[in-house]
Design a protein around this ligand. Structure first.
Ligand SMILES: Nc1ncnc2c1ncn2[C@@H]1O[C@H](COP(=O)(O)OP(=O)(O)O)[C@@H](O)[C@H]1O
Ligand SMILES: [Mg+2]
Length: 360
């Protein structure tokens, strides 16, 4: 969202303050369902997605391209394109349900309370306006400062993200890819938000610069006590940066838990294949596309498990039975018909469980 667009949209005030709902974390996404309208039908891009975030916590949203990560983020901020709509569910941010907010109500939340860093800084920045002035825009808009005063803050932000203050009047094309992404991070932090969403913030960058930007995000998170959602198709990014993880497939969450649950006790066959596709975060990696087959068509998603056609472990029930999320151990949830709830140290799939020998 460009700040000028946000300004243009922020006309009519909400009639009355939105009610606050009892809440635990800073963000609770509950059964979020978002569709896109196409001539052939609705693309069911996000289906019943739930996750939550505590203050200061970082959450990784991972999965192959097309599984609904960006749509989930755009739904939280209500920045969906015209053919997109939130069909049902709640986005509780500090107890306010953003899914029900008006455009004006959202314009007061974006940048100031929740901001987003997009993947391609070159596309997100205006090529014919000085980068520093673009970062000053949301500060002027939300804090009511003059451009001169806002530019003082931009220089501080440049220091914070590691760009020389001398570069504030550079146009985007005069900055390197890494510097542009640092400028996008500066813009996301401009109004001191509580929650920042990074949508593949390092994907377009080379490996060295990726590592530097991730290091920067990690440092800023701690220094500014930010809550952070990091979206990536690359699980190693989640491993490096996040406290907990949410694995999405075909619009649904298929596994969620702490980063340690996801990496040390990955249970959904899709998560296990994703991890195999990125064998070691410090070594040469294969691409995610090494998982054979393609994700399903989300206009007409499969009746049973969405991953069934690609799953080596499928059996008859997988094609017909739509699995529910099951808590396999405290805080670790999996959506697979073969998995049953078992709160013990040694989690086992149902078909691998040892026979019951009591009384034998
Ligand atoms: N504006 C749109 N109109 C129709 N379908 C869309 C639109 N935007 C995204 N989609 C579809 O929604 C699904 C989820 O996309 P997206 O959220 O971008 O996934 P990801 O970020 O995980 O790559 C995909 O099938 C994609 O093709
Ligand atoms: Mg995306």
């Amino acid at each position: 969202m460009s700040p000028s667009k946000a300004k243009a949209r922020s006309r009519a005030p909400d009639k009355k303050p939105a009610p606050r709902i009892a809440h635990k974390g800073i963000l609770e996404v509950r059964e979020l369902t978002t569709y896109f309208k196409l001539g052939v039908g609705d693309v069911k891009a996000v289906q019943g997605v739930s996750f939550d975030l505590e203050p200061g916590e970082s959450l990784g949203l991972a999965g192959e391209s097309g599984c609904g990560k960006t749509t989930a983020a755009l739904s939280i901020l209500k920045l969906l394109p015209e053919n997109g709509r939130i069909v049902s569910g709640e986005v509780l941010f500090d107890g306010r349900n953003l899914a029900k907010r008006t455009e004006y109500g959202m314009s007061r939340i974006r940048w100031k309370e929740i901001s987003i860093i997009f993947q391609g800084a070159m596309n997100a920045l205006n090529p014919v306006r000085e980068t520093g002035k673009q970062i000053a825009e949301p500060i002027q808009l939300h804090e009511g400062l003059s451009e001169g005063k806002a530019m003082v803050r931009v220089k501080e932000l440049y220091d914070l993200v590691g760009i020389s203050q001398k570069r504030v009047m550079d146009f985007p094309h005069q900055l390197s890819g890494g510097m542009r992404q640092r400028a996008m991070i500066a813009m996301a932090l401009a109004c001191n938000p509580k929650l920042v969403i990074g949508d593949e913030p390092t994907t377009a960058l080379d490996v060295m610069v990726q590592a530097q930007i991730l290091e920067l995000i990690g440092r800023l998170r701690k220094e500014l006590d930010l809550s952070f959602i990091l979206i990536s198709h690359d699980l190693s990014v989640m491993a490096e940066t996040c406290d907990k993880g949410v694995i999405m497939y075909a619009g649904e969450v298929v596994e969620s838990g702490t980063t340690s649950h996801i990496f040390n006790n990955a249970t959904h066959p899709y998560t296990r294949q994703l991890i195999k596709a990125f064998p070691n975060i410090h070594e040469k990696r294969e691409m995610v596309s090494s998982i054979k087959g393609d994700p399903p068509n989300l206009v007409d998603p499969p009746a049973g498990c969405g991953f069934c056609p690609r799953c080596d472990e499928r059996d008859g029930s997988c094609a017909t039975e739509h699995p529910q999320m099951v808590e396999v151990e405290s805080g670790h949830f999996v959506r697979c018909v073969h998995v049953r709830s078992q709160r013990s140290d040694a989690f086992v799939r149902e078909d691998e469980a040892a026979p019951d020998v009591r009384g034998a």
